[in-house]
Each structure stands twice: as C-alpha cells, then as structure tokens.
Write a protein that binds this ligand. Structure first.
Ligand code: RFL
Length: 401
C-alpha cells in the first residue's frame, strides 16, 4: 500500500503526538506511524514533571484539560543531606512558574485521544524500517507491520523523526553528516515505581553516603523512586526488601512515613547524555529523544521533546502558510541552545547529588564540594534563584503559535 501526506511523523511519543495535534488543528495533513500498539504506548511510565512552559503551550492548544484537572501543581522541592533538610520554594523564586506532576503515559493517552477524535491519522503496530530519499523532494518511509497487514510506503514532503533514542530516523542520516556529543556517567540509577502514596508533598533529593535517593511524585497512590547504584548493576540485585531499606536509610524516613507497597517496576537506567548537531538533514527533522537524551536528573527530557515539537510546528506552519519559505532551515539552531542549557543543568544536578564513585581518588574532595554547593543552595538567595530558574524551565516562547 502507498499513501501520501505532507508531514510523516515517526513515533507516537510525546514529541510526535504534540506535533501531530498542532499540525492537524492547523489543517496541515500529517500521518503518525508508531511501532508499538496503542495500549503499550498508553501504559509506558516514564516522566512526570511537566514544566510551566510545556503546560502553557499545551493549554494554548486545548491539550491540557485533563492535565490541569487531574495533575498536581508543585512549586517547592526538598534537599536532604547529613541529617539536614531544607526546601527551595522555586515557584516564588522563579516569578510564579511552577511544575505540574502528571504521569507521561496519561499525557500520551490524552494526546492520542484528542488527535484521533479530531480525525487524525495514526497507524499503530507499524514499525518504520527505512527512510529513503531524504535529500530529494518527496522522501518515502517504509513500514513493515506485523503479519496479516500489508507493508506500507508513506510518501511525504517532510519527515519528523520523533522515534526516540533507539529509533531509525537518526540512523537514516548518511555517515559524517551529524556530529554526536556523548557522555556516560560513572553511576547508574535504579528507577523504581511503587504502589504507595508519596511520603511527602514535595519531591525530595537526598544525598547520602550510600548514594543518592530521589522521591518523585506521580499520583496520590503511585510514587517513583531513584537509588544511585554502580554502573553495570542489575535489578536482580535489588530484592524489594533491599529497596525499601535503602530508601528509608537514604531518605531519612521510617517505614511508618514511607509505607512499603507493591513494586511494579524496577530498571537500572543507563545514565547517558547525548546530543546530535545539527538536528536536521535534508527533509528529515529529528525531534526529542531521537536527537538528544538527558539523564532524568532535573526532569527535562519530555519537556525538551515537546519544546522541539513546538519549534518544528511553528516552522512548518510558517513554511506552508507562505510566511517564510526558509523557516525550516533554522530549526536545529533554534533548538540547540535550550537543549545545551538543560544538559548543563542536568549535569550540575547529577554532580550535586551523587556520591562520587569510591574508586575515584579525589572522591573525598568531590564530596566536600557537594556539601559546599548544597550549603550555598540553602543559604544564598542568588544561588537558589538561579537553581529555581533552571529547574522550572524557561518561560514560554514569545511568538504565540
Ligand atoms: P519517546 O517517548 O521515546 O517516543 C518515541 C516513540 O517512537 C516509537 N518508535 C518507532 N515508531 C515507528 N517506527 C520505529 N522504527 C520506531 N522506533 C521507535 C516508540 O515506540 C515510541 O512510542 O520519545 P519522545 O517523544 O522524544 O519523548 C521523550 C520522553 O519520552 C523522554 O525524554 C522522557 O521520558 C525523559 N524522562 C523525563 N522527562 C521529563 O521531562 N520529566 C521527567 O520527570 C522525566 N522522568 C524520564 C523520566 C525518562 C525515564 N526513563 C525511562 C529513561 C524518568 C525515567 C525513568
């Protein structure tokens, strides 16, 4: 089967779905092709911290109704170290900008629903296996659906590669055209999802001699936790009892405060940072995790993905609306400063919170630096204001879409 469209979108994650919704509402024909099933993408639990700018953008497009009704607004977080605790009221310090806590899979569900309800074209269980003709006028995507469905060729004006870090879009760019910047961090994170209410109304970042622990809000009955672990560690090394006792110890909580519940997910995350430049080649535009990944420290990945989608949507609208035929040329250059700023913040945050690896010869020195940074964060209004500004993210773009 062969189909044609203006914009072919590979991947129904937050980036692809935001782009699809905006294009659809603006009357620009597009088709989304997604490798997984609808139930799979609507159940994939990942992010939860949604920045002010992202919420405002979704609100302007009528995509935030449920998020605003069911998500929780947050404006402060807590740090714990050496028996001390202090909060940063980042909403007050960042000019009334706050986060919403709303699980990524709920946002994906809402975006799928609004797109399909408005007549959007979305093909689930359609893995893209090749992108051809990216340097020509009409690129073609080749999809190989599961047995029983016909292979599909999708011809288009432009391809939006929104297929995450392991997708095919970035791989389709000829060698030598993109430059990759990459860093592997010297520690891992065990990411845990548990059926237990949050033990505090705030996100908690705890620096402990055993390693970092994070208490992240998701819903009134589900909480995400992170535990620093060595590189190469595996979830099998972390039976549930070990997880709960590590959380109590590192977060400085009792089992009465943090009640053990069913652990529904435990994964060791590869703590890697990665950016490609430029984020476009010919008629392909890389969006979100397809172009860059960031550690979960600071909760930036999904927000960056949606900001890229917004940037690309603005430029596609200008291109098709005739306002600026060259608008797409500047896509990558417009996205990269924001991406590097978030990378810098996430890197700073990682090194604020993580116990240096014991094998590091200067680990005691590094630990003293961390304590000094935390003390400055606690005591200096300027330092905590800078943190707040980066943590909650930049204000929205000035040109309204
Ligand atoms: P996604 O979400 O990976 O979606 C890509 C989609 O493309 C599909 N796909 C294909 N489809 C067709 N053909 C192919 N060949 C395909 N290959 C792949 C995939 O099935 C998928 O549906 O990328 P996107 O849209 O760029 O979104 C990025 C975000 O998902 C990611 O950055 C965040 O989850 C990162 N992240 C967080 N970000 C935040 O902003 N705040 C947070 O609090 C936060 N917490 C997290 C996180 C990521 C985590 N993990 C698992 C790495 C917490 C965790 C634990």
């Amino acid at each position: 089967m062969r189909l044609g469209t203006r914009v072919a979108i590979v991947g129904a994650g937050p980036a692809g779905l935001v782009l699809a919704n905006v294009l659809q509402r603006a009357g620009i024909d597009c088709v989304v092709v997604e490798r997984q099933t609808r139930s799979y993408v609507e159940a994939r639990a990942r992010a939860g911290l949604i920045e002010h700018r992202t919420v405002e953008f979704l609100r302007r497009h009528g995509l935030a109704e449920r998020l605003l009704a069911e998500g929780a607004e947050h404006g402060s977080c807590e740090f714990r170290f050496q028996g001390e605790r202090f909060s940063i009221p980042y909403r007050d310090l960042a000019g009334d900008r706050s986060h919403y806590v709303y699980p990524q899979q709920f946002l994906v569900r809402d975006l799928v629903e609004s797109y399909l309800d408005a007549g959007g074209k979305l093909l689930f269980s359609h893995p893209v296996v090749a992108l051809d003709g990216l340097d020509g006028d009409r690129p073609v995507l080749r999809c190989e659906p599961a047995e029983g469905s016909q292979p599909l060729e999708l011809e288009c004006d432009f391809v939006a590669g929104c297929d995450g870090f392991h997708g095919v879009s970035r791989q389709a760019v000829p060698d030598g055209r993109l430059r990759a910047f990459s860093k592997h961090h010297e520690f891992g994170w065990l990411a845990v999802l548990a059926e237990t209410p949050p033990a505090s109304e705030q996100i908690i970042y705890a620096l402990h001699e055993d390693g970092f622990a994070g208490h992240m809000l998701r819903t009134p009955s589900v909480t995400r936790f992170y535990l620093q672990c060595p590189v190469g560690d595996v979830p099998e090394n972390w039976p549930d009892e070990r997880i709960w006792s590590a959380l109590w110890r590192r977060l400085g909580m009792t089992p009465e405060e943090l009640k053990p519940g069913e652990i529904t997910e435990k994964n060791v995350l590869d703590m890697r940072s990665f950016v490609v430049e430029p984020m476009q080649h010919g008629r392909l535009f890389l969006v979100g995790d397809a172009a860059h990944i960031i550690t979960p420290a600071g909760g930036k990945g999904m927000n960056l993905a949606i900001a890229d989608a917004e940037e690309l949507a603005v430029r596609l609208l200008a291109h098709y609306g005739g306002a600026d035929a060259d608008a797409l040329d500047g896509y990558s250059a417009a996205c990269l400063p924001r991406i590097w700023q978030a990378q810098e913040f996430s890197h700073w945050m990682l090194h604020l919170l993580h116990s240096p690896a014991a094998r590091q010869t200067d680990s005691d020195f590094m630990h003293r630096l961390q304590l000094s940074r935390l003390a400055q964060l606690r005591d200096s209004a300027t330092y905590s204001m800078m943190f707040s500004d980066s943590y909650v993210g930049a204000p929205g773009r000035s040109s309204e879409l």
